[in-house]
Write a protein that binds this ligand. Structure first.
Ligand code: BEZ
Length: 209
C-alpha cells in the first residue's frame, strides 16, 4: 500500500520497547514522527537513534512524539538500545516498534524490495494530531537522515497551520514567509501587520515577527 500526504495514517496495534501501543490512541493530541530504519545493531541506524534521543526536548517543544520501527523483535531492540545509549551518550526513551513479521512495514510501504525484501528503508511520516500524514520522506539504507531538516519541516508545517502561509526554499524559523496566491492583497493587508513585498503578483513575502 502506498500512502500519500493527506491520507489518514493507518492505525495499528504493536509491541514496542515501552509496551504495547495503539498508534492513534498513543498519539493523542500530539504530532508523531514515525520513522523506520533497516535493522538493529547497524552503524547508521545507531547514530539516527542517538540523534532522535538527543533531540527529545526539541521534539517535546513542538509536541511531537518520536516512534521508531524496524523489523526486529522487542528483545533485540532493547539489547541494541543499550549500545545506542553507550555509544551516543544518550538515554533513549521513545518507543521503538517491533515488527518481525513485517506487518506494519508493509502497511506503511517501508519495504522496498530493490533495497531489501526483509528490512525497512529509512521512511519518515510526520503525522498531525488529526492522524493525517503531512509529510513523507524516504532515504536509502546507506544515507543517515538530516534531523535539522526533520525539525525544520515540522516547524514549517506547524507555522503554516497557525498563520496560513507557505515557506520558501531553505526557509529557517524567523525568515520571511510566503503569502499563498489564494490570499488577496486586501486580505494580506489585514492579516499581516508588517505589510508585504510584492516581487510578482504570485510571489509575495512578509515577516511574521
Ligand atoms: C546502517 O544502519 O548502518 C545500515 C543498515 C542497513 C544497510 C546499510 C547500512
Amino acid at each position: 500500500m502506498s500512502l500519500h500526504i493527506g491520507d489518514t495514517a493507518p492505525n495499528f496495534q504493536a509491541e514496542t520497547t515501552t509496551g504495547p501501543i495503539d498508534l492513534h490512541e498513543w498519539a493523542g493530541d500530539d504530532w508523531v514522527f514515525f520513522f523506520s530504519h533497516p535493522a538493529d545493531f547497524t552503524p547508521v541506524c545507531t547514530t539516527e537513534m542517538g540523534m532522535t534521543a538527543k533531540l527529545a526536548s526539541e521534539f517535546k517543544k513542538r509536541r511531537v512524539k518520536p516512534l521508531g520501527l524496524s523489523t526486529d523483535t522487542v528483545g533485540e531492540h532493547l539489547d541494541w538500545v543499550k549500545d545506542v545509549d553507550e555509544t551516543q551518550g544518550v538515554t533513549l526513551k521513545f518507543p521503538i516498534v517491533a515488527d518481525p513479521d513485517l506487518e506494519i512495514a508493509k502497511l506503511y510501504d517501508m519495504i522496498h524490495p530493490g533495497e531489501s525484501e526483509t528490512a525497512a528503508v529509512r521512511a519518515v511520516f510526520i503525522i498531525d494530531p488529526d492522524n493525517r500524514i503531512r509529510l513523507t520522506m524516504t532515504y536509502p539504507m546507506s544515507v543517515g537522515r538530516n534531523f535539522d531538516e526533520i525539525l525544520r519541516v515540522i516547524d514549517s508545517l506547524q507555522l503554516a497551520d497557525r498563520a496560513q502561509i507557505a515557506t520558501p526554499a531553505n526557509w529557517e524559523p524567523g525568515d520571511d514567509v510566503i503569502i499563498p496566491p489564494s490570499v488577496t492583497d486586501e486580505e494580506a493587508k489585514a492579516r499581516f501587520p508588517h505589510g508585504f513585498k510584492t516581487i510578482k503578483p504570485y510571489l509575495r513575502t512578509t515577516a511574521l515577527d
